[in-house]
Design a protein around this ligand. Sequence first.
Ligand code: NAD
Ligand code: DAU
Length: 337
Amino acid sequence: MKLLVTGGAGFIGSNFIRYWLKTHPGDEIVNLDKLTYAGNLENLKEIEKNNNYKFVLGGITNVDVVGTLVSECDLIVHFAAESHVDRSITDAGAFVKTNVTGTQILLQAAKDHDKRFHHVSTDEVFGALALDSKDKFNENSPYDPRSPYSASKAASDHLVRSYFHTHKLDITISNCSNNFGPYQFPEKLIPLAITNVMEGKKIPVYGDGLYVRDWLYVDDHCRAIDLVLEKGKIGETYCIGGMTTDINNLEVAKKILKLLDKDEDMLEHVQDRPGHDRRYAIDWSKAKKELGFQPEHNFEEYLEQTVKWYQDNQEWWQKVKSGEYKEYYQKQYGSSS
Ligand code: NAD
Ligand code: DAU
């Protein structure tokens, strides 16, 4: 089978490509990535010479490139997106272009060439849960996006479903909670906190820090997507989440400080994120029942593994933080996106 993976040079996409080539060694992967600030070919160094892997530098809004690559693949796994909420607050334009228009261009190509399309989405489309509730998001939760990022992902989900209903396109969607693990860009809470502390800087905690996320180790997300591709019902959505129960950002930051043997004076409360969603939690019982999914990596243990990965791979994140990582592909491809 030949997979077209979009956004495979980013955090989850690169973990997915490594996972897929290991678990499906007979399959081929083409990775279409524009290499925005978040795309880093060093994430894929381990497999870049694999005969079953090919990288194509290009954007998902390029109709011609997308049309050709889609015509040559068996199925599309769509990760490419602008993914950081804070960036969507300061400049939402790229979010609409990539997350909405880019997704529609891929869908149209998938329709034109009759290809299966899996859309990787987020739990943020459902909005926010109250801190004192026991509620969880599930596949029937109403859409209530509250940031330009989540609004653009919500729009993309609706487009994906519209191609199913209108054009009978073979689609599936997964709405997943917060991922953590190796190769995550150090703008997101966990890698930012770990690398800041290693640099002797404080961990910026937004507002009161009592915001709750449903953390999932990235390998569990990759396996969940594999299960959706294998057993998911066409036209269906699957919510994917972790095994943590309501751990807040302050607690996450304190655990990281403990793992790095540092005091809590390394915490710094800073101005809150506008429209900050209070709590996310996922009910993944449908994915368990229909796909046999359940998270296998426990938060405490894999947070420790993740801290260790950033300790063992300081060159990787130092190059990212300094901007030097761009030189790696500029040497090969001439210029960045
Ligand atoms: P990321 O920001 O690390 O990577 C995004 C990748 O997409 C980068 O390689 C970037 O170069 C590429 N890209 C961006 N615009 C592009 C374009 N126009 N054309 C081609 N490539 C482009 O993101 P991530 O955290 O790996 O998230 C991947 C997907 O998973 C996104 O769709 C995101 O919404 C979704 N998701 C993320 C999380 C999470 O916790 N990180 C959780 C649930 C769902
Ligand atoms: O829920 C899934 C989503 O998780 C994905 O769709 C997004 O792509 C991904 O970025 C992530 O969104 P969040 O906004 O939840 O992740 P982030 O790491 O930016 O923030 C996690 C929490 O930590 C959130 O409550 C904001 C807070 N935070 C974040 C940063 C960067 C801080 O307190 N300080 C920080 O410096």
